[in-house]
Design a protein around this ligand. Structure first.
Ligand SMILES: Nc1ncnc2c1ncn2[C@@H]1O[C@H](COP(=O)(O)OP(=O)(O)OP(=O)(O)O)[C@@H](O)[C@H]1O
Ligand SMILES: [Mg+2]
Length: 472
């Protein structure tokens, strides 16, 4: 990898030596100067990736050069050269932001190696800055909120698998957070400085998906007026997120399988095999096993993708997460719509805890956004949340997924219903009191110890009901 390098040293012999080493094998583009006072001017006119500077020079020292360089562009890597006797000050320089230091005299291999590393580092810095800008102010680490047992399991799973390069299949109903989890795996991985490239297999037309993924060469089809890079190439070194993988045609499944298995692919219209270093994460809300039976999905591809499976449970199975998510969306849409949405009434929260949420978190998010817009005061009321259409009526009576209890054996049905009732009762009592067990117990007319026992039985944790900013 060649780069643009500035070398500053008052000793002409040293400059000549470094220039010879660095412009040799790696073909770096080198500027040298024996006058540190020229540096401000040089920096103004050029963008260097690496600056190598001597520490002790009569006119100005290396630390001052370091400061000038960093002031212009903090992603430039500065390497400090120092005589063996003054390592202390070189270390000091690294504390002030120098990338590394080398002691004189040095071996050719060492300088080549340090410069190579510095150029890589500098490019990663640039790319990180670019990614941050692309996310335009959104936090780089997407917050996966929720303190339910299910979410805690999920966090543990993400931590464990992020550092590997294993292929992951994320399953879950629509709106459960599959894309968010995929991004979380990427940002916790060693590939985080490289791109995360999502591709939605359900929205790209069949005829275009191959060139979208693998790129094409000029003239390979009408409209291919120049070579085009595919997403696979863009994702190199990073993560490719194959969303809605269940919608991929069988013909494309074969090509994808080859890419995953052998790391090889061909651009459309080209016979050259290309290689990619990619981590694959796929997601679907469909039942792939079912699709395999119907011949719509290849079994071999399924096993390749499903090396690790992350299943995200639907929101109705982790209703403890509702309060935290609600407060998060209140804040988010309060800012977006310029409203002071400070909180939510107890009745309104109850209402949210009673719904079935077929659209999961995305649906909750939409309901809160609409509520924030509708609200006249700074507290969200139940009427602000009522659907204006009757498409998603609030759930009344037992949850729909309990509909089949009337055909179950009596005892089993009774236990299921009681368990559901207890979970809902306790969740709502805790939600009303922001997770304060003593208050919830008093309000429900039971002893605190008894409530704790019920919470353990139903797997509810009080901290899941705390508002994000309330004290422990
Ligand atoms: N645990 C969570 N904490 C905070 N926000 C969440 C969480 N899970 C999901 N969301 C938000 O809910 C919305 C839907 O999430 P996402 O797009 O990841 O779901 P999905 O499973 O990919 O949905 P679909 O199947 O419809 O594509 C997004 O705005 C996301 O930020
Ligand atoms: Mg999605």
């Amino acid at each position: 990898m060649s780069g643009k390098i500035l070398i500053v040293d008052d000793e002409k012999d040293m400059l000549a030596l470094l220039e010879r080493i660095l412009s040799g094998k790696m073909a770096h583009s080198i500027t040298i100067t024996d006058d540190p006072l020229q540096v401000p001017d040089l920096l103004k006119r050029n963008n260097y990736e690496v600056v190598i500077t001597d520490l002790k020079m009569p006119q100005c020292n290396g630390i001052q050069i370091l400061e000038m360089v960093k002031q212009k562009d903090e992603t430039t890597a500065v390497i400090i050269m120092t005589a063996y006797g003054s390592i202390e000050s070189a270390i000091e320089a690294t504390r002030k932001g120098a990338y590394d230091y080398i002691t004189k005299p040095f071996r050719k291999e060492i300088i080549l190696h340090v410069v190579e590393k510095a150029i890589n580092w500098q490019r990663l810095q640039k790319e990180n800055g670019y990614l941050r800008e692309k996310l335009d102010g959104k936090p780089q680490f997407p917050a996966l909120l929720g303190g339910s047992a299910a979410m805690e399991r999920l966090h543990g799973q993400i931590d464990r698998i992020a550092k590997t390069s294993a292929t992951v299949l994320i399953t879950g109903e629509s709106g459960t957070g599959k894309e968010l989890v995929a991004r979380a795996v990427h940002v916790h991985s060693l590939r985080k400085a490289r791109p995360f490239i999502p591709i939605d297999c359900s929205t790209i037309p069949e005829t275009l998906i191959e060139s979208e993924l693998f790129g094409h060469v000029k003239g390979s089809f009408t409209g291919a007026i120049r070579d085009k890079k595919g997403l696979v190439e863009e994702a190199n070194g990073g993560t490719l997120f194959l969303d809605e993988i269940g919608d991929l045609s069988v013909a494309m499944q074969v090509k994808l399988l080859r890419l995953i298995q052998e790391g090889e692919y061909k651009a459309v219209g080209s016979n050259t095999l290309r290689k990619g270093d990619i981590r694959f994460i796929a997601a679907t809300n469909q039942n792939l096993q079912e699709q395999i039976k119907n011949g719509q999905f290849r079994e071999d591809l399924f096993y390749r993708l499903n090396v690790i499976n992350i299943h995200i449970p639907p929101l109705r199975e982790r209703m403890e997460d509702i309060p935290v998510l609600t407060h998060h969306f209140l804040e988010k849409y309060g800012v977006i719509h310029g409203k002071k949405a400070k909180g939510i009434s107890g009745e309104a929260l109850d209402h949210l805890l009673l719904r079935d949420w077929p659209g999961n978190i995305r649906e909750l998010e939409n309901v809160i956004e609409r509520g924030v817009i509708m609200a006249t005061g700074d507290i969200l009321l139940e009427e602000d949340l009522l659907p204006t259409d009757s498409l998603a009526p609030p759930r009344t009576g037992p949850a729909h997924h309990l509909d089949d209890i009337f055909t179950m054996p009596f005892k089993e049905a009774k236990d299921r219903l009681i368990e559901e009732f207890q979970t809902q009762y306790i969740a709502r009592a805790l939600a009303r009191h922001g997770g304060n067990v003593s208050q919830a117990a008093r309000d429900s007319g039971v002893k605190r110890q008894y409530l704790h026992r019920l919470m353990r039985e139903t797997n509810l944790a009080s901290k899941a009901f705390r508002k994000p900013d309330s004290p422990e």
